[in-house]
Design a protein around this ligand. Sequence first.
Ligand SMILES: Cc1cc2nc3c(=O)[nH]c(=O)nc-3n(C[C@H](O)[C@H](O)[C@H](O)COP(=O)(O)OP(=O)(O)OC[C@H]3O[C@@H](n4cnc5c(N)ncnc54)[C@H](O)[C@@H]3O)c2cc1C
Length: 589
Amino acid sequence: MEVPLFFVNLLNCEFLNITKCIQMHSNGIGYVCVVFILCNLPLVVFGKEKTKGKHKNVADNMETLPKEEQTEYFTIQKEVVVIGSGIAGLAAARRVASDQSNFSVAVYEARRDRFGGRVWTDKFEDKNARGLAVDLGGSGLNVVSKNNPLIELAESFDLKSISLDSLQFIVPWEQKVYSRDDLSEITNKAFQILGKALNESKSMKLDVSVKDAVDEVLKAEQLVERPEAYFVRCLPSYILGDYSMHQYKPGHLDIGYEKVLLDGMGELVDRLLSGSPDEAPLHLYLNKAARQIKVDKKRHKVLVRFQDGSQVSADRLVVAVPSSVIRDGDLLFEPPLPKHYHLAIKEIGMSAGDKIIVQFEHAFWSNDYGVFIRAVKEKVEIGQLQTWINIKRLAGINTLASFLTGDAAVRFEKLTEENAKQLVLDVLIEMFGEEKVLTGGKIVKFQRSKWVADEFSKGASTYPKVGSDPALWDTFAQPLCPYIYFAGEHTLFDGHGSLHGAYNSGIRAGDQILTGLCEKQRKENERLKAEEKKKKKEANETDSVEEEDTDEEDEEISDKKRSKKDEGEKKKVQKDKNKIKKDKKKDEL
Ligand SMILES: Cc1cc2nc3c(=O)[nH]c(=O)nc-3n(C[C@H](O)[C@H](O)[C@H](O)COP(=O)(O)OP(=O)(O)OC[C@H]3O[C@@H](n4cnc5c(N)ncnc54)[C@H](O)[C@@H]3O)c2cc1C
């Protein structure tokens, strides 16, 4: 065999030349196996003896295939790389791993010490902590969403879920506390206000924020100082300030997140990684922050370069990092993302949101309620520690968890640990009174997230800003065929900003790869093109046939004309002959 030429071809991944090279020199002796390590193909098997089936005459067959499929023809397993080990990335990887005979999959995660992304059951400080008591990221499973597969998934993993029930609404400056029937009257009225705001905004062409639309209704109906007004102003969509009223649906953000897992949401992502007993664990690489994604058309691969200088190549890539990471150019694409992807990522809102968890020596709050909501008066307090979850009621630990949303989260992240703790105490004193809070003793544990400052999340979750269109989210539902696929809560509108949305997007990306969406689309495009070409050709042929027909018709016409002319001429000749005869007779006479 012409060894140097073979290697030149191998280095360039010129499969067609390699096969020809081997065919020329193997003289039909058995099979030749080549491991295309350089080209990152797992195994290629072919031979001349095999007369039936796929490998009968490889070189000839290959020539009939498009270049891109020449690689695929030989590849037994396609390599899939997933960037980002949030719930979306893990769902995509798990889905792809379900077809092990055709795909191998590996997940690369930027963080050094954990996976799960915005799901973070932080057991670092207390390894024996009940997961729920240390959930610093997404934890509530939406029960009103018809599209929430996580409830069933948690059940299949035998994870116990519990419901947050019994709400108490506290209006501190009025020293009023509402619960049960009183509260359901307030919440009903609050949602009537929202409904009115929604209807009025729908009649307007221009979109407005939930906040502005609600404020308008409150002002018009003189409800500003009513408890239902205080309640509606506690809703996250109001707090965010620029949440689109046109795109508003209560279940997206404000209601339904009532079920939590006793062992924490981290347990669910653990199971996605490790799999059920009959599944193999996923391959996960931590401390691998992707920096650049490069499509290598020559090799029909996509390369991922990491911050540490290493790189991997893959046949298919799932990008499951938060939208903010792409928006800020922390992950570069070569060729660059198409313009409409950039536009979408810029227009999609990213909320600021955080959680705090505080454990006391003793519980000083009532265990009759699962959730406490605090109304606020001052603008600066909007979104600041308004909703509190009673972990004691759920897991028997003297712990409360609370949230920061919008500007309040950004400010809170900048506070020192001491100042943050002090603010928490101040708020609790306002809600429950100093005397009671003092009975709680010391703070024994204080944990908080900083999702905005975190370079791998840069915020809590996506939401529709005033004037935005759901189609922005769906932009990322479409892969950059055939190499790059997207997953993440920011890649589908139905479920954006949620755990179930992230999960569903991962399953979608996995399915797009498994079912060969891009290949199908390419074939369909080719079919349409061929059809169009055929139609054009047929149209041309009809034109020329028509032309031929016209010629014949013309000929017919001219024939007729000619015969008429001939007839005319014959008649004239006859006439002339008769005249001559007559003249002759005259002359004879
Ligand atoms: C405080 C808070 C509370 C929430 N509460 C709820 C709730 O109760 N219910 C609910 O449904 N949703 C909730 N959410 C939203 C929910 O957590 C998210 O929608 C969901 O977790 C997003 O998952 P994801 O996989 O799309 O993204 P992520 O979980 O963010 O995953 C992306 C992954 O990519 C990694 N990454 C980033 N950059 C790179 C890079 N360059 N290279 C490699 N890896 C990279 C990140 O580290 C991360 O692991 C909450 C979110 C927050 C922050």
